[in-house]
Design a protein around this ligand. Structure first.
Ligand code: GLN
Length: 463
């Protein structure tokens, strides 16, 4: 059931929260041995919380729109007294001593947290394969990846194990797995959702956001977590943009690149024609030259922030305790994390930081400026989410560069602090599987309502 249907069933008394939560666990028990979306489930306490929600509802004191609704959270979101391990062996034994602000808000609204979902280690990756808890599989075809790093968050919603999950997005980690699993994912404006209690990857880009089966579900799930938070120094006070009935939609020419799968290109073109027929203005061939540099900029800035943020995992306070710091890190971290720490340490080192890190920061500022200039001309951009359909497990495991290049359409959004929504816009037959094609709507800061409005016009949920 979608979140919307669950809310109706709870409100009308057709179902209790205990029934809804039990149904989720039935699906998880039936399917998750194959899919591996969850790293930890909290069945007993979820059922207790659901019973408490049902009692509140019977008394007429519902806490909010998510009261009694089951949700899952990514394994890098701190949940007090629960394991929170960011998909890493380093934190396999770690128990969070406090709640992330997002979790505190969910609890206060009566949502039922049913488990932590799988992810690429420390959110680095686009396949879900780098988790210390094993790879997650794509529910539409078990031989394919679900995308990453919020692999379990997207797969759990696509497999109908839970109506809504919360992931994090540093360079595409909500939008790309949503696209690969045929569900909807929102990466909010930087600062819209508190990062307090999110295990940091790259602090100047990380944002928590929702994944759901429909745009309407994602809207409700987003409302429940957004808002200014004093505990996060980069949190912002939300702004409200004027509502619109028709949009000027731009398509950057840099996004029609050679590597784009023709089925994704066709879906983009067909969607543009449809929107044009419905009275929106399409601006084709927008020139945003620095988009071509996004991968280079991102893969200098992110490793730099990663090397600094992950320095705390030294085996002293928490994590794997080896013979010494080096040994703890050798044992505790996987290959992709080590690769980024080494790259980041290099680009920040004396003699190189001007040539790499500082140049990347300058280019990031210029890209941000180019994008804000574009939003003087158009309201939103429409683009692919990924250049390819979901690929096979193992296909890019030993080719990090190919994996980095596949982030081309999602990274610019994080570099510029913008919001973007990924929606399934078509389904194509590939062998025995029906695979989704996602499209991305990108807007200026605080344009989430525009993105959701347009998203509803183009979404094609799985039957
Ligand atoms: N795939 C990108 C990376 O590996 C994005 C990850 C993310 O958004 N957390 O960095």
């Amino acid at each position: 059931m979608t979140l919307e249907l669950i809310q109706q069933a709870l409100a009308s008394g057709q179902m209790t929260s205990v029934q809804v939560v039990s149904a989720c666990f039935e699906v998880i028990e039936a399917k998750d041995t194959d899919i591996n979306a969850f790293v930890r489930v909290y069945k007993d306490e979820a059922l207790v919380a659901a019973a408490a929600s049902d009692a509140r509802r019977a008394e007429g004191s519902v806490l909010g729109p998510l009261d009694g609704v089951p949700v899952a959270i990514k394994d890098n979101i701190s949940y007090q007294d629960h394991g929170t391990s960011a998909g890493s062996a380093m934190l396999k034994e770690y128990v969070a001593p406090y709640d992330a602000t997002v979790v505190a808000k969910l609890k206060a609204g009566g949502a039922i947290i049913i488990g932590h979902v799988n992810m690429d280690e420390f959110a680095m990756g686009s396949t879900g394969e780098s988790s210390a808890f094993g790879a997650t599989k794509n529910p539409h075809d078990l031989s394919r990846v679900p995308g990453g790093s919020s692999s379990g968050a997207a797969a759990a919603v696509a497999a109908r194990m839970v109506p809504v999950s919360y992931g994090s997005d540093t360079g595409g980690s909500i939008r790309q797995p949503a696209a690969f699993c045929g569900v909807v994912g929102l990466k909010p404006t930087y600062g819209a959702v508190s990062r307090y209690g999110l295990l940091a990857m790259a602090s100047s880009l990380d944002q928590i956001g929702p994944i759901g089966a429909t745009v309407a579900d994602v809207e409700v799930a987003y409302e429940a977590i957004k808002g200014f938070d004093r505990a996060d120094s980069t949190s912002s006070v939300p702004e409200t943009l004027p509502a619109k009935t028709s949009y000027r939609i731009g398509v950057p020419k840099q996004f029609y690149s050679d590597g784009l799968d023709v089925r994704i290109r066709d879906t983009l073109d067909a969607t543009l024609s449809k929107l044009e027929d419905e009275g929106h203005t399409i601006v084709r061939d927008l020139d945003i030259p620095l988009l071509d540099q996004s991968v280079a900029i991102y893969y200098l800035i992110v490793p730099a922030e990663v090397s600094s943020n992950l320095a705390r995992y030294d085996g002293i306070r928490y994590g794997v305790h080896g013979e010494g710091v080096a040994d703890s890190r050798t044992q505790g971290f996987g290959d992709e994390v080590k690769r980024r720490i080494m790259l980041g340490t290099f680009v920040l080192s004396a003699g190189y930081s001007d040539a790499y890190y500082k140049r990347a920061q300058t280019a990031r500022a210029a890209l941000t400026e180019q994008l804000s200039g574009v939003f003087q001309e158009v309201d939103v951009l429409l683009s692919p989410v990924t250049p390819e359909l979901p690929f096979k497990l193992g296909e890019k495991t030993n080719d990090p560069l190919a994996m980095y290049l596949s982030d081309i359409y999602t990274l610019p959004v994080n570099l510029a602090g913008l919001p973007a929504l990924s929606v399934p816009a078509a389904w194509v037959q590939e062998g025995n599987a029906l695979l989704p094609i996602g499209l991305q709507i990108i807007g200026p800061q605080w344009s989430e309502p525009w993105l959701c409005d347009l998203g509803k016009k183009i979404e094609v949920p799985h039957a």
